[in-house]
Design a protein around this ligand. Sequence first.
Ligand SMILES: Cc1ncc(C[n+]2csc(CCOP(=O)(O)OP(=O)(O)O)c2C)c(N)n1
Length: 318
Amino acid sequence: MPLTSDQLLDAYRQMLVIRKFEETIRSLYQAGKIRGSFHPCIGQEAVAVGCCLPLRQDDFISCTYRGHGQALAKGLSPQAAMAEMLGKATGCSKGKGGSMHFTDMHNGLLVSNAIVAAGIPHAAGVALAARMRGTPQVAVAFFGEGAVNQGVFHEILNMATVWKLPLILVCENNLYSEMTPYNETTSVIELHERATSYGMSAVRIDGNDVELVYDTMEAALVQARRGNGPFFIEAMTYRLTGHMMGDPEVYRTKEEVARAWEDEPIRRLERRLRSLGHADAELARLEAEAGGVIADALQFAESSPEPAPEDAYVDIFA
Ligand SMILES: Cc1ncc(C[n+]2csc(CCOP(=O)(O)OP(=O)(O)O)c2C)c(N)n1
């Protein structure tokens, strides 16, 4: 079922929460308040929200270091996310994971991962576990187009198809892997064709269109929950900021980035909402609401304690 008008407004609010979260982290980083590196997902919000809206709380996702938006869309509280960014004990990984290692098992966020492609076998593993338990959960792996040349990507495409796993692979194709255009390193640049070649259902879609992302995800979920096997979505999008803070961005032109801003998913959804009759005042109210959520999260994080030194070895497996 397509998104209703109310659901579209909710998608808009969620995308704004993600955008404001990332913008706030950028400012904190520039002010020297964030340690480690930070990889913003600004411009990719429609993939996160469109894919996570139709998921159930007990469905699983894995994502990359750029997965803050997906984590928030899956239900991670902005307070716990912000506290993790600031390395506080109230963070989703108790302040010991930071920007690249969010987790929230209560909401099915298995792990976000700094190793390119590593979240793909994790998601396949929990999809297999759900199948063996006989529970109806689906697992979704979010990854960038740089992951498709990793060996494990191909191994999972093969086994997930053979075993008909309830697995959805979402490749966020933002055109650049770090500082390299993906078509300079990739033989088959229609990445969905790689999945098709393994016998997997696969589509390439406009990942900046939240309604299309949602509809595609719904179709993928129907297939996966019915036991009809995995689904591959190549969502075309664009990273509007550098790969990470401090990226000089010499590998693309300012004109290209300016063109991408014209088609960015939030402004695009605004145009759509206006065409459906939603007034500017209503959109402004949602934007203010999203700003309030992030201001509250920041206040919570800043007033939270640091992790205790004696907890350094708690939650460590070995
Ligand atoms: C296995 C592995 N190799 C190399 C790196 C270094 N590295 C970090 S990010 C990145 C680019 C990944 O690009 P992509 O998968 O397209 O994701 P994006 O950053 O565009 O979201 C690389 C090569 C890594 N983290 N892991």
